[in-house]
Design a protein around this ligand. Structure first.
Ligand code: KIV
Ligand code: ZN
Length: 442
């Protein structure tokens, strides 16, 4: 990770523009094993689930939604296995999802027998559309579904003896709901559960479908945050999806607006366009100098496991994880990166300090690839669009050849012709071969 107290290699002004900045990471909850899993063509079997679970635990997730045990026998069995084989570390809390329906809630409690700590997460749809079209119930009737579920949960606590039990309630389709009504329902649930600051409950606001701009979502979250009763006893959570492609932005604004916790999936798996991407959220914090509290120091390994478990490939352009995100194709970018890397080295040498003691300030690269387990290898690539900078950089770093300017111009013509002829990216070995053929004939 970057150390947040690193030296600055040159006079680099503090960012001074006004505006709030995230100061610390929210509480994270991975819903990969539930929301992510339910959106897969081939849902995970127990082997893939266990592998995903192990990844989440190793990364440092302390809250993991492990399934919907009343809806899926695989989920039920998986939860039983975690509990019976004692695979849940003491500092990790499992979350189980249920609809607000009696038989489903009862089955959920059966799944939890013997757990040390758990969250029962109950939800019902409260949006205008769901009320009118799907359930044909009025506001009072919909609210009653939620409070009845809360009462049933309380009455089942006897069956959950020995479990340090918490509750989470989601007014599902919050984004299609009048915020005033969402608050009314949540407050009614809070009245039943009676959380305390010592034993809080989670109120989770799902952008089940993302349908507003991030600022509007953040305003709605702020409204709930300031109108919920017993706010000190509530952990206000977000559950954003990404239908308009703004899940990350909406989440960041909504955390600034008062949310304490975020649910999402690694690399953005999930229904339709996905749940909000926890890796991007965490690493965006890191680029702002805030510790994400999750170990994202080996993104390639995370990606490998996520791709294996979900059986979905991550796009080349995916923030932080895609193959191309530390690759500069443009000559001017390559040149700027080269200068940035050199400036860092010069500053370190001058100070007699280690390169890693300096804050990362390199044009076009918002983060040091090394901090997330990636390498510089592919940063400089040469193709028919790039200028001579990339080629010169490769010759210098890989072959210790510092070409004078005029020779750079001359040799670049040869490299560009090769790129035009082959219509491919020119690899380091191609450049070296062309150079040897031209200037070092045997
Ligand atoms: O997207 C959603 O609304 C959900 C809820 C069940 C929390 O996944
Ligand atoms: Zn969801």
């Amino acid at each position: 990770y970057v150390a947040y107290d690193k030296q600055v290699p040159f006079d680099y002004p503090e960012r001074t523009w006004p505006g709030k900045k995230l100061q610390r990471a929210p509480r994270w909850c991975s819903v990969d094993l539930r929301d992510g899993n339910q959106a897969l063509v081939n849902p995970m079997d127990s082997e893939r689930k266990l592998r995903f679970w192990n990844l989440l635990v190793s990364l440092g997730f302390k809250e993991i939604e492990v399934g919907f045990p009343s809806a899926s026998e695989t989920d039920f069995d998986f939860i039983r296995m975690l509990i019976e084989r004692e695979l849940i570390p003491d500092d990790v809390t499992i979350v189980v999802l249920t609809q607000c329906r009696e038989h489903l809630i009862r089955r959920t409690y059966e799944a939890l027998k013997g757990a040390k700590r758990a969250v029962v997460h109950f939800y019902n749809s409260v949006s205008v559309l769901q009320r009118e079209v799907v359930f044909r119930k009025n506001k009072a009737e919909i609210k009653k579904l939620a409070t009845d579920a809360a009462e049933l949960c309380k009455s089942l606590e006897g069956e959950a003896k020995g479990i340090d039990l918490y509750y989470e309630y989601s007014p599902e389709s919050f984004t299609g709901t009048e915020p005033e009504y969402a608050v009314e329902v949540c407050n009614a649930v809070i009245d039943v559960i009676k959380p305390t600051p010592e034993h809080p409950m989670i109120i989770n606001l799902p952008a089940t479908v993302e349908m507003t701009t991030p600022n509007v979502f953040a305003d709605e979250v702020e409204y709930v945050s300031t109108h919920l009763q017993d706010r000190d006893s509530i952990v206000l959570s977000l559950h954003p999806h990404n239908d308009e492609g703004m899940g990350v932005a909406a989440t960041e604004l909504a955390v600034l607006a008062g949310a304490d916790r975020v649910e999402g999936c690694l690399l953005g798996n999930g229904e339709r366009t996905g749940n909000v991407d926890l890796v991007t959220l965490g690493l965006n914090l890191l680029t702002q100098g805030v510790d994400p509290q999750i170990d994202y120091s080996n993104v390639p390994e995370i990606r490998k496991t996520v791709e294996y478990c979900n059986q979905i490939k991550i796009s080349e352009r995916h923030p932080y994880a895609g193959n191309f995100v530390f690759t500069a194709f443009s000559g001017s970018h390559q040149d700027a990166i080269k200068k940035g890397l050199e400036a860092r080295q010069v500053a370190a040498d001058r100070a007699g300090a280690n390169l890693d003691d300096f804050v990362w300030l390199v044009p076009y690269l918002p983060i040091d690839p090394k901090d997330i387990g990636r390498t510089y290898e592919a940063i400089i690539r040469v193709n028919s669009q790039s200028g001579k900078g990339g080629m010169a950089y490769l010759l210098k770093t890989n072959h210790n050849l510092d070409l004078p300017k005029r020779l750079q111009v001359e040799f670049d013509k040869i490299v560009q012709k090769y790129a035009d002829d082959t219509k491919k990216e020119v690899k380091d070995e191609d450049i070296w071969r062309l150079f040897k053929d031209e200037y070092l004939p045997v």
